[in-house]
Ligand binder design. Sequence first.
Ligand code: GLN
Length: 447
Amino acid sequence: MTERHPKGLYVLFATEMWERFSFYTMLALLTLYLKNPSEGFGWSSAEATGLYANYLMFVYASPIVGGLIADRKLGFRKTITIGGVFFIIGHVLLAFPSHVALYSALVCLVIGNGCFKPNISSMVGNLYPPGSPLRDSAYNIFYMGINIGAAFAPLVAEGVRQRYGFHPAFAVAGAGMAIGMTIFWTFQKWLVAADKGPVQTKIDVMSDRDLDTRSDIEKIPEQNRIIALLVIFAIVIVFWMAFHQNGSTLTYWADKNTDWNSSKVLPAIISFVTLGFVSGKDVSGVISNAINPFWIVVLSYPLSRLWPWLNRRGLEPATTTKMAIGILLSSGAFLLLYFAGKAGGDVGKVSPWWIVIFYLLLSLGELLLSPMGLSLVSKVAPARLKGVMMGGWFVATAIGNKLTMIGQYWDVWPHSQFFLLLSSILFVMSMLLFILLKPLKRAMPGV
Ligand code: GLN
């Protein structure tokens, strides 16, 4: 294949890398900032967990509105620009120590993400003509950009926090977003073609392959397809409820219950990767947020080679089977933390390797579940309900995020018990999905 990716992809890659850098810088800091008695507000874990859950719910619900605004009124570039400006204002506001600044900041970030995230993701696909074989690989490259930004965010956040404190660290998030927007504005000439109105976007979405699949799927009654998607949404809710403990309880646990000095290797890696900017000793829980995106970057490529390899041998699992395996792996990840909690007697400290391996399992689970979710919805939803069902995917994520509130029991239950509960819920969901695989595949042929 001599066809090459358009330059616009790299503009979107760099913009989104910096946007996610700023988004995850803030998210890695938020809960520990709220709890911090001197620099933050001295909140209890339960209070911090509650605000985190609500923020994450709104931040994943607002893209529905942002997508509509771009489709109906402003187009992608303008809406993304508005999002970027709200993002910068939000991050800068967090650099000021007051409740008013905090809440105004969160509102700005919700608006910012709503206008930014869905539209930059749609633009990636719009860079390619209908049916282009490069589109899937474009999204893989784009997902790399997301996670490279997300992996560096907690490292920089922790370095700045160690030296200067929380508020300058939030300001760094604002600066990252400003870099992203500067790249976006400077090179936008390569994006003009991708900033199309809704009609062409719709034609774009129907690639030849989609049309083929649709003809298979068209034969299935709408009702069955909708029920199948609702099952998928239920799974997604539970997955994100567990996964998004990363910014709250898992950060608390990394902060209080892992001893980074017990390992020689990890602090050395941290100091080396950050060129000595972060002291690998006495790191806070902020740093743990770098582990998941690190694994995603490392695992994406081997997995992208594994599927075609299995496919050639007729062994590639269907999307739903991959999802069930993904949930089972996530359950295993939390089971590992149950043992880690037990090993530390729930209040003591254990080696940070527990959390590194935990994130390896969870990230594998994420890769089996999250990236293909959107394309599954777009293929299976009846044509007239496509928009609603796509919105449903984000709403499911938002509901899952709200349910991270379960973390309010963090200080009430023993930590090992908390992890075991999450592991059990995920296990039940995966078993349910395995049982439902046959009828699900009947309702979604070829997916
Ligand atoms: N980590 C990915 C991103 O930020 C996906 C997160 C999600 O869908 N919850 O884009």
